[in-house]
Design a protein around this ligand. Structure first.
Ligand code: PMP
Length: 316
């Protein structure tokens, strides 16, 4: 198998997996920011979904952690497509990561080099767990937003999530719903949470969760279908009293939740509204994933959401 190609500090290279050394600051202090994107095969070309919102979130996360990214938008866009082409990938997961390199003398980073790498690996549907998952309620909570800004997708924020995930898996669940510092529902360990009740959707505000790009897309799709959507504080009682529950993320899309702790929803199969939104989301991703040749650049300021940012085109 050929060595994977990685976009690293400005160009596609092979053999760089060992280049960051064991003194890498980001490794020791969990200090890096990253993204997770997906690409799909459209007529033999790699078409990336929601590239611009992911680049925007990466830059915002990096700014929060004061990690400089010295590449302009066009370079970052091209880099994502280049790493796919270099690996011969169309259906893939793409992982850009920005981090500080060598140097462990204290927490000062003024003399450290900031690196940006973009990795990609094969990733085809269906993702595991696509039929639905059972969730625990985690006993560990998300930190207060005063302590850690949840909008930055930073490695360190996954430490508590990983412990909660470990505990859920040890108890026989696929994942866990985490509560925030006030005891309200925040999100799952790496996915946002939605409840369905009486035909309406409810999801936590972004006070204590990552503002997921899939979350935003699902809210927009639901509103386009005239489904009421409320971003509001939710409790465990709300979760257990819901008609349906589902999770969202780039990796999983819309993932039905079949049970939370020992409470099973309905007949234990994905709910009707969840299934409808899952299909809508998959169709939306299919129609709005963009091959390199059709990429038209960032949206004008003031527009938001993947559909507005990426203009569909180039489909065979
Ligand atoms: N919350 C967390 C903590 C995550 O890691 C992710 C995955 N990026 C999400 C939510 C879902 O975000 P998105 O829909 O942008 O993938």
């Amino acid at each position: 198998m050929p060595e994977p190609a990685v976009w690293f500090d400005g160009r596609v290279r092979t053999g760089v997996t060992a280049e960051p050394t064991l003194s890498t600051f980001g490794l020791h202090y969990g200090y890096s920011v990253f993204e997770g994107l997906r690409s799909f095969d459209i007529g033999g070309s790699a078409a990336i979904f929601a590239l611009q919102p992911h680049i925007d979130r990466l830059l915002a996360s990096a700014a929060t952690l004061d990690i400089p990214i010295r590449y302009d938008n066009d370079t970052l866009v091209a880099a994502h497509y280049d790493v796919l082409a270099a690996n011969g990938l169309t259906e893939a997961y793409i992982r850009p990561i920005a981090f500080f390199g060598d140097g462990l003398a204290g927490l000062g980073t003024q003399h450290h080099e900031a690196h940006l790498a973009i990795l990609a690996w094969p990733w085809a549907n269906p993702a595991p767990g696509g039929g639905g998952v059972r969730l625990a309620i985690a006993r560990r909570r998300r930190p207060s937003p005063d302590s850690y800004p949840p909008h930055a997708k930073a490695a360190g924020s996954y430490l508590i999530a990983k412990l909660a995930h470990n505990e859920a898996v040890a108890r026989g669940f696929a994942d866990a719903i985490m509560l925030d510092d006030r005891g309200h529902v925040a999100e799952a360990t790496s996915m946002n949470v939605f409840l369905v009740r009486d035909g309406a959707l409810f999801t936590p505000t972004t006070r204590a969760c990552l503002p997921g790009i899939t979350r935003r897309t699902v809210i927009d799709l639901a509103r386009a279908l005239d489904l009421p959507v409320r971003e509001t504080d939710l409790t465990v009682t709300d979760v257990l009293g819901a008609d349906e529950v589902f999770l969202t993320s780039t990796a999983a899309g819309v993932r039905p939740v079949l049970a939370v702790e020992d409470h099973v929803y309905g007949d234990g199969r994905p709910g009707a509204l969840t299934t409808r939104l899952l299909r809508q989301y998959d169709e939306h991703v299919d129609a709005h994933s963009i091959p390199s040749a059709a990429y038209t650049g960032p949206a004008p300021r003031g527009t938001s959401g993947p559909a507005a940012v990426l203009t569909p085109g180039g489909r065979p």
